[in-house]
Design a protein around this ligand. Structure first.
Ligand code: FDA
Length: 406
């Protein structure tokens, strides 16, 4: 049977980076055999399509509170060991031009492929084997702690790094194998669900909202329920997009990481505006303006029209409205409570929330607490970042922590 010192499962962001860091740490004279396996035809497929093809490769505002996990402080150690600036230094050294788009999000000026090239060029003497599916990891015989079963036969390994990602976008290679390996080797799994994903409405809600498909509005989104223990209930102010099936846009993708089936969302479609006050002021100015015209000052006309229609106020004039009626209208727009029926699922989700339970891993090294020599890094771990480059930063930082420990 073939023998290797380190077998890395998955040549995505975390696996490629871990291999490159190992190569760099061991140096050119290192005699260790490092093998990276992936069933895809190309490495780093998700990097290639990330950030609309420009790869939002990190976020300079990275901090533990930008991640969702049942063990909220777990990610702090690895994130402190490898900062966004450390990755930026590598990007600069590779001569890749970049820019900050917004809110600390760093993107390539050119193509995401430049990041994949940077990572593969750093592999040095590591062997990258594509088109090889990982089937299982089993304890080995004496001397060889692990056997990695693959579609190309078994490999004996002294160390195994599981970097197979989550379940999001099966078409891009996601298989969920990492969770099966974790469970089979005695680790707990925090239940998984799609994250950074559009949310869908039931028939009844769609009857009102489907006509709004394509309308985008600045909104503030939060989960209406009280926050779970140990987690803040964040408010995301960003664009919200009505779709044929429900809601999307950055504000919704962000809140989807926190939303649980059955929960209501509270949406402010005019954030930062005292709509009640503004409506009364407009009424006080006199005139016979229709409500639709007045609302059009602050909201897209189609959205204003649809809400007024729903409330039976399509043709109403502001001068005829009582204080209570204006308050009801403002409430409907500023505190719209809606219960999504579900999400678009793993088919379109950017990430998987949940995963290998952090309580079974060492936060400093990402090594299993039960099996020495077995590591879990990247998305397979129960650490999920907000939208905006945080998920790649977790992939780099957790990969670096494991590489240093190995
Ligand atoms: P990743 O999924 O990258 O890699 C896992 C690898 O394991 C894959 O190559 C897969 O083929 C392989 N694999 C799985 N099962 C296997 C098996 N059985 N045998 C062999 N190989 C197997 N994040 C961010 O920070 N900024 C961004 O701009 C974006 N943009 C973005 C866009 C889209 C469309 C998606 C889907 C996701 C993003 N993300 C993102 C999220 C980011 O892509 C994600 O968090 C990281 O890729 C996770 O890195 P991993 O290496 O853990 O998994």
């Amino acid at each position: 049977m073939e023998q290797a010192d380190v077998v890395i499962l998955g040549a995505g962001a975390a696996g490629l980076f871990c291999a490159g860091r190992l190569g760099a740490l061991i140096g050119a004279g290192g005699a260790r055999r490092i093998v990276v396996l992936d069933h895809g035809r190309e490495p780093g497929e998700k990097i290639r399509i990330s950030g609309g093809g420009r790869c939002n490769f990190t976020n300079i505002a990275t901090a533990p509170d930008r991640f969702v996990s049942q063990t909220p402080r777990f990610c702090a150690s690895a994130l402190a060991g490898f900062a966004p600036q450390d990755f930026v230094a590598l990007v600069d050294r590779a001569g890749i031009a970049w820019h900050e788009k917004t809110q600390g999000q760093l993107f390539c000026d050119g193509s995401a492929r430049q990041i994949v090239t940077m990572l593969t060029e750093a592999l040095g003497g590591c062997q990258l084997r594509l088109g090889v599916g990982v089937e299982a990891v089993a304890p080995g015989a004496a001397g060889e702690p692990f056997i990695v079963h693959t579609t190309a036969g078994p490999i004996g390994a002294r160390r195994v790094v599981v970097a197979t990602g989550g379940k999001s976008i099966p078409k891009m290679g996601a298989s969920g194998i990492g969770y099966r390996i974790a469970e089979a080797t005695g680790h707990r799994i925090v239940p998984t669900r799609p994250g950074l994903v559009p949310l869908t409405f039931a028939e009844q809600e769609l009857r009102h909202s489907a006509a709004l498909a394509g309308v985008s509005v600045e909104a503030a989104a939060r989960v209406a329920a009280a926050p779970r223990k140990g987690q803040r209930a964040p408010l995301f102010r960003d664009a919200l997009l009505f779709t044929h099936r429900g809601l999307s846009g950055p504000a919704i993708l962000q809140i989807s990481n926190f939303w649980q089936p059955g929960e209501a969302l509270s949406l402010d479609l005019a954030p930062g505006r005292d709509l009640d006050g503004l409506l009364r002021q407009a009424r006080g100015e006199g005139g016979r303006a229709r409500l639709a015209t007045v609302l059009g000052r602050w909201l897209p006309a189609r959205l204003a029209g649809a809400v007024l229609d729903q409330m039976g106020l399509a043709e109403a004039r502001i001068a005829d409205q009582s204080d209570a009626a204006l308050a009801r209208l403002a409430e409907r727009l500023s505190r719209w409570q809606v219960v999504p029926v579900g999400s678009e699922g793993y088919r379109t989700a950017e990430v998987t929330v949940g995963g290998v339970d952090c309580r079974d891993l060492d936060a400093r090294t990402l090594q299993s607490r039960h099996m020495r020599g077995l590591f879990f890094i990247g998305e397979v771990v129960d650490v999920t970042g907000w939208l905006g480059g945080y998920n790649f930063q977790w992939a780099w930082a957790s990969a670096d922590a494991a590489a240093r420990a190995i």
